[in-house]
Design a protein. Structure first.
Ligand code: ATP
Ligand code: MG
Length: 405
């Protein structure tokens, strides 16, 4: 198969391949970019594989960066673009079901393609658009199949993460997993626990954000992979429900929010669950805030204070998650209410502690903080206008009320 018209993203990389070939080496586009090109899907980044060793690549190009030289990866910088170029390699060892003990650079494309996970990811393409397909990856693209390269059992024993990658590609591409590959996952699912959670998380998040997460989730249920994921081992029913949601979803934050909401987790439990998955603190915070809002939407209890505390970003996440979770609610109405809040940030309050002290209403200290907090909530609730005169009056009333207690 030869692709005559390469998309614009490939064009600037063609001279790089040509340079490597002129020097007597082989160079190919490989992996996801070839797969997505043939599928007509959007292409994120271009990977190049070559028979040239890293030192040989560095001699051929003026500007390179050693991004992963021990694995054979050098980034070639060209016209403001970076191209990851990796020397053909084989891997051996895999004594711990994850990373290989050693990688060996080789001169043969076939050896390099053999170590790749699935047939559709083991395609290579020459500079002129000629596709090299040693494992019938093109046939599997046609049949929309995720199929291990070679013996599925061996491949999962080498690297257990590949099982998670199978279900994530099933979701990402909306493909079926080949029955033999699926059986291999069923057999080896417990090995997933040997893999660093961070790596499993990357694949799981991509699964949730794929074209058809229901497919990926059903794959996890059918093979038992979910039993070896953080916090999901006893969540079969919730995951079955998750598979029936109104996917796809717009953002990773909304995906995690839909997950924790479907699991029925409160703020604290959601925090602990997401920590187990090793999400960043910032993402955990956003998901917690969004999850609280989704719960309020479900209960019909959205008020101004919650809108204010949720904030713009988490509110957008919550609305997306609520849609996916098939809640019936007035999204435009909630957005309008948020837009009409008198203030959306505490700094917008038209008064501060200094002024309260200057006016002799309070003295600095905890009492002052308490008054400010009540003023803030009153403004957010629409009970007091956000101007100095109104706020000073309200502050005096609050202090009097406190004194009368
Ligand atoms: P995406 O568009 O989602 O990034 P991708 O195919 O580029 O898809 P990557 O995770 O970026 O996926 O990996 C790039 C390529 O490296 C794959 O297409 C595959 O050939 C190979 N690969 C990646 N991870 C593995 C693995 N664990 N085992 C074998 N081959 C792998
Ligand atoms: Mg990629």
């Amino acid at each position: 198969m030869r692709i005559n018209q390469l998309p614009p993203l490939f064009e600037p990389a063609r001279p790089i391949l040509a340079t490597i070939e002129r020097a007597g080496f082989e160079a190919y586009f490989v992996g996801g970019c070839v797969r997505d090109l043939i599928l007509g899907d959007p292409i994120h980044d271009i990977d190049i594989a070559t028979s040239a060793y890293p030192e040989e690549i560095k001699r051929l190009f003026k500007r390179t960066v050693d991004t992963g030289i021990e694995h054979g990866t050098v980034m070639i910088l060209d016209h403001g673009q970076g191209y990851e170029t990796t020397t053909f390699r084989t891997e051996s060892g895999y004594q711990d079901y994850r990373r290989p003990d050693s990688v060996t650079f080789v001169r043969s494309l076939a050896d390099d393609l053999k170590r790749r996970d699935f047939t559709i990811n083991a395609l290579a393409m020459k500079e002129d658009g000629e596709v090299v397909d040693l494992f019938d990856g093109l046939g599997d693209l046609d049949r929309r199949l995720i199929k291990a390269v070679g013996d599925a059992n061996e491949r999962f024993l080498e690297d257990a993460l590949r099982m998670m990658r199978a279900v994530r590609f099933a979701s990402k591409l909306d493909f079926t997993i080949d029955p033999v590959t699926l059986a291999g996952i069923k057999t080896h699912a417990p090995l997933l626990e040997k893999i660093a959670v961070e790596r499993v998380q990357v694949e799981f998040e991509k699964l949730l954000c794929g074209q058809n997460p229901a497919r990926g989730l059903r794959g996890m249920l059918e093979t038992g992979l979910y039993r070896h994921c953080p916090g999901l081992s006893d969540q079969q029913a919730a995951l079955e429900k998750l598979a029936t949601l109104d996917w796809p979803i717009a953002s990773p934050a909304a995906a995690w929010t839909s997950l924790v909401f479907t699991l029925g987790l409160d703020r604290k439990a959601a925090g602990a669950f997401l920590k187990q998955w090793k999400l960043s603190n910032q993402l955990i915070k956003e998901v917690q805030a969004a999850n609280r809002m989704v719960a309020a939407i479900a209960a019909g209890q959205v008020d101004n204070q919650l809108l204010f505390e949720t904030g713009k970003a988490a509110l957008a996440t919550a609305l997306e998650a609520a849609r996916v979770c098939r809640l019936s609610f007035d999204s435009a109405g909630i957005q309008k209410r948020y837009a009409e809040l008198a203030i959306t940030d505490a700094h917008q309050l038209a008064i501060n502690g200094g002024l309260l002290v200057k006016e002799g209403i309070v003295t600095p200290g905890p009492a002052m903080g308490k008054v400010l907090k009540r003023l803030l909530l009153a403004v957010v609730a629409g009970e007091v206008a956000n101007d100095q005169t109104a706020l000073l009056g309200a502050a005096r009333a609050i202090v009097r009320e406190e004194e009368d207690k």
